[in-house]
Structure formats: C-alpha cells, structure tokens
Ligand binder design. Structure first.
Ligand code: NAD
Ligand code: ZN
Length: 341
C-alpha cells in the first residue's frame, strides 16, 4: 500500500510502499478515504527537537482520518465490513488506575498512532475495534477526517459551563476557531477570539459568529468595554500556546474565572502565579479528547447544527501531499485535508 512515512531522521516525509497491516483478533482494518494534516504532523515533518525524541524512524505518520472498515478481527462482533468510521488515535492501556476507573483519556500509558505507532497516512490503517467511532450518514469523510482536532476543541470548550457566559479564546488556529464555534453553538453570550495573524482572523468570520480581535493592533480591554462586559470574561480557552496570550487572558478574566489550557507552549514559560491566586482562577489542562464522551457530544452537535466545514480551506490529492504541507506551513490556512482515493 501507499504510505506517507518518516523514513529518515531529517526534514520531510516520503511516499513509500508498505505492507498492508495484519490485524489481530481485537482490531479492524480501515481503508483510508481522507486524512487531515495536524500541527503535530508539521513538527514531525520539520523534525524538531520534540519529534526527534518522540517519533521512531521509520514510521507511517498521521492520526486524523476517516475511512471504511474492510476487515474485522475474530473477536469483533459489533462492527461490520463497510461501516464508515473515524476513530480515536490515542491507544490506551487497560490496567492503570485511571483506565480502570473508566477515565480512558487519562491513562498514563497512552500511545498515539502516527506519533508512536504506525499511523493513518496510508491506504490502510490497523486500529483496535475499541477505538473505532462509526460515522452517521450526515457526517461525510472530510468532516470525519477533522474530528480529532474538533474533539480537542470540544473537549476544551465543554470543560466549563458556557451557557450565558462571556468567553475568550486565544489563538485562531483551526482548533481555536472550532472552539469558538462550539462556544457559540452551546449558548455562550459574548465569544471573542484573538490572534496576531490576520489571515486566521479573517477565516473566523467564515466559520463562527464571534468577535475576532487582532491583538497586534487592537486593545482587548477596549473590546471588553465596547461589548458591555463590566468585569471581563468568565471563561478562557487558551489555544495558542503563547505566553503573551495567556497573560492577556489572566488579565481580562473576572475574579473566580476559569481557564482551560489546550495550547502547548514551546518550552517552560514564566507564569504570574500570584495574579492567578489573587484572582482565584481555576485552571484545567486539557489533553486529547475524553474517550468517548467528547466523541459522543461532538457528533451530537454536528447532527444538530454545529457547522465547522469552512475551517477546511485546502484539499489536495495525496500525490500532492508536499503542497498540502507547504500550505499548512505557510500559517495562512485552516485545516488541510488529503484525499486518498
Ligand atoms: P495553530 O498553531 O494553528 O494556532 C495557534 C494560533 O495562535 C496561531 O494562529 C497563532 O498566530 C496564534 N497566536 C500566536 N501568538 C498569539 C497571541 N499572542 N495571541 C493570540 N494568538 C496567538 O494551532 P492549532 O492546530 O489550532 O492548535 C492550537 C494549540 O493547541 C497549539 O498550541 C497546539 O500545539 C495545541 N494542541 C494541543 C493538544 C492537546 O491535546 N493539548 C492537541 C492538539 C493541539
Ligand atoms: Zn491532530
């Protein structure tokens, strides 16, 4: 089969031929139709310090996918050949305290497809049946291929009650934009999203009815008073990984406000802890998706009017994968989807 692989410990990915994976009794084989390119794939492409210490070579990359089941293991009875699906790319252990308590997303043994294990940038993917998420007819393959990052957005956005609340999202990357759309969908009052990249902020208007603010030029405090918020935002969703954005969020939050942190800072970064203590702020770190509550809620919202399709700005056939990665690296795109068939 064709597979997009990290073949050498250096910059780039290579289109190679690999054997179709052999499945075990508890697995399924999925024929891949569409995949999404993630920021993580860009780190792997660039072969930065994180990638170098995390990713084994050679490895088939990719973890955002939609496809169709073409083979089921002998212990798999609840999934059928022909079923369209996406799936959770975090492979979890079953023995940790957290897993045994049903908190699968907190399992410390988690391994990621396309990062630690063979991934989805291939014609076929082997996945434990446990990880499969069947797709209803209303959710087509290109939306199926971005459910992983939409899941990050949903997990973060649903961390705290947003109904009637004023919400600040920092970072208008694909995940930030989708989180803003989710906040709007579930009934937040004001939703403001910040970035310093105008291309990203222009895309916001296409996807969600929220207020984009370019903090390179605009004063967030002035926006807060213009919107009639007396004291500031109730909830912050940090989606940039940028220290200045986090500081700004802490500054613009109400006393007793809540922050969900998804953005990953590049290294250790200084935090003004006393400000957080005196404002009595609650902070929650968010990793991945809740398995499988996030998937359940996300699919339900998509079936009930949440529309994030316009966050997909570029589509390429997989033969043109280099153009897809170049587009992503430009920082001007939303999601980039590769078509495998
Ligand atoms: P992205 O890099 O596409 O978007 C980040 C955005 O933040 C960019 O548009 C950038 O211009 C903007 N930004 C930079 N400085 C800013 C500032 N001072 N104020 C406001 N915005 C600023 O990333 P993405 O794919 O949308 O992902 C969002 C974040 O979530 C990233 O940090 C990513 O690494 C992280 N992530 C975490 C998890 C997890 O499980 N915790 C999963 C996926 C992604
Ligand atoms: Zn991803």
């Amino acid at each position: 089969m064709k597979a997009l692989q990290k073949s050498e410990p250096s910059e780039g990915l290579w289109m190679t031929r690999a054997p179709v994976p052999e499945i075990g009794p508890d697995d399924v084989l999925i024929r891949i139709n569409k995949t999404g390119i993630c920021g993580t794939d860009i780190h792997i492409w660039n072969w930065d310090e994180w990638a170098e210490k995390t990713v084994p070579v050679p490895l088939i990359t990719g973890h955002e996918f939609a496809g169709e089941i073409v083979e089921v293991g002998k212990n798999v009875h609840d999934l059928k050949i022909g079923q369209r699906c996406s799936g959770e790319g975090h492979l979890i252990g079953k023995t940790s305290r957290q897993s045994r308590a049903g908190k699968f997303h907190l399992d410390p043994e988690t391994r990621g497809i396309g990062v630690n294990e063979q991934g989805a940038f291939a014609e076929y993917l082997k996945l434990p049946a446990f990880n499969v998420v069947p797709l209803p007819d209303e959710i087509d393959d290109e939306i199926g291929a971005i459910l992983d990052p939409l899941g990050n957005a949903v997990h973060t956005a649903l961390s705290f009650d947003l109904i009637g609340e004023d919400v600040l999202v920092t970072g208008a990357g694909p995940i930030g934009i989708m989180a803003a759309a989710v906040a709007r969908h579930v009934g937040a009052r004001n939703v403001v999203i910040t970035d310093i990249n105008q291309d990203r902020l222009d895309l916001v208007a296409e996807v969600a009815d929220v207020v984009p603010v370019n903090v390179a030029h605009e004063d967030l405090k002035a926006v807060v008073s213009k919107l009639g918020m007396r004291e500031g935002f109730d909830v912050g969703l940090e989606m940039s990984g940028n220290q200045i954005a986090l500081d700004q969020m802490v500054e613009r939050l109400v006393m007793g406000g809540h922050i969900a942190l998804l953005g990953i800072p590049p290294g250790k970064s200084p935090v003004d802890w006393s400000r957080i203590v005196f404002k009595a702020i609650t902070i929650k770190g968010v990793y991945g998706r809740e398995i499988f509550e996030t998937w359940y809620k996300m699919i339900a919202m998509l079936q009930n009017g949440l529309d994030v399709r316009k966050v997909i700005t570029h589509r390429f056939d997989v033969g043109d994968f280099k153009d897809g990665f170049l587009a992503m690296k430009s920082g001007k795109t939303g999601k980039v989807v590769l078509n495998w068939r």
